[in-house]
Design a protein around this ligand. Structure first.
Ligand code: MF3
Ligand code: CO
Length: 255
């Protein structure tokens, strides 16, 4: 069942989303050559406790995972696509880092992710990130009452395929609300005009994950969580939590 949120609930979701956006902005500033992924995770954990918020990720244990998630951030470097567990790895010049962060306030969740280059950027990585952001924007633009879920998937997929990137099979966005993961699943590719109709009060996380080498398959790392590209090429991941409203899409995880 897809729960429609009231304006009052959307206001709390916006508070959670704004907090998530602020933390991601702070982490982007901190992530320099030599910064460790665990330091970023500690910084985010401190910001959560300062705000009286709650991590959406820590101890999260979905069916697909072998163990409860051990951190408040996902930090996915280079050929790690998503769900990278922060380690003592220190960022190097030219690394492509994706940071995914979720938190709840008064039980309502926000979920968002950014990708960026640490230090000197390779133009191919810049293009990969910009295209992934363009896929996200294209998906968000479809979040209008009366459109179908397939319109969102189609818009994201066309941008990724158009650039020759892979789309990470079986992974995509999701509903957000009192739980971080709610129905419906939002594929990052699919036929337009199909699937459920979008209605005001629906809240969806849109999250394109594009793979530079063009392949859709992936492998799990030894931690059982991290998804890696199979060909070793880099991947980017960006995400916003967005409400469908009468006035169109409202990005809840904007600053
Ligand atoms: N944005 C990610 C997702 O929806 C958040 C994963 S949280 C984790 O898949 F705890 F499962 F890693
Ligand atoms: Co998500």
């Amino acid at each position: 069942m897809i729960e429609l949120k009231t304006e009052g609930e959307l206001a709390v979701l916006r508070e959670a989303g704004r907090f998530v956006a602020r933390v991601l902005q702070a982490l982007r500033r901190s992530a320099a050559v030599g910064t460790s992924l665990l330091e970023l995770d500690e910084q985010a954990a401190d910001l959560i406790s300062d705000a009286g918020a709650k991590s959406s990720f820590l101890h999260y244990h979905p069916r697909f995972a072998p163990s409860p998630y051990p951190a408040v951030l996902c930090t996915s470097v280079n050929d790690a696509v998503v769900h990278g567990i922060p380690t003592d790895y220190r960022l190097r010049d030219g690394d492509l880092l994706s940071v995914d962060f979720g938190a709840s306030i008064d039980g309502w969740h926000g979920d968002a992710a950014i990708s960026f280059i640490v230090g000197t950027a390779d133009p191919a990585d810049e293009k990969l990130i910009e295209t992934t952001e363009r896929g996200l924007a294209a998906g968000i633009a479809q979040l209008e009452p009366g459109n179908k879920l397939g319109d969102v998937s189609h818009a994201v997929g066309v941008v990724g395929r158009g650039a020759g990137y892979g789309l990470l099979a079986d992974h995509g966005g999701h509903g957000v609300g009192r739980a971080m993961h709610e129905e419906p699943h939002v594929p990052n590719e699919g036929p337009a005009g199909q699937g459920i109709g979008l209605r005001p009060g629906m809240v969806l996380a849109i999250e394109p994950m594009f793979v530079a080498g063009g392949r859709d398959d992936y492998r799990y790392g030894e931690d059982g969580w991290t998804l890696f590209t199979v060909d070793g090429t880099r991947a980017a991941h960006v995400e916003h939590t967005v409400a469908v409203t009468e006035e169109g899409p409202r990005i809840l995880t904007a600053l």
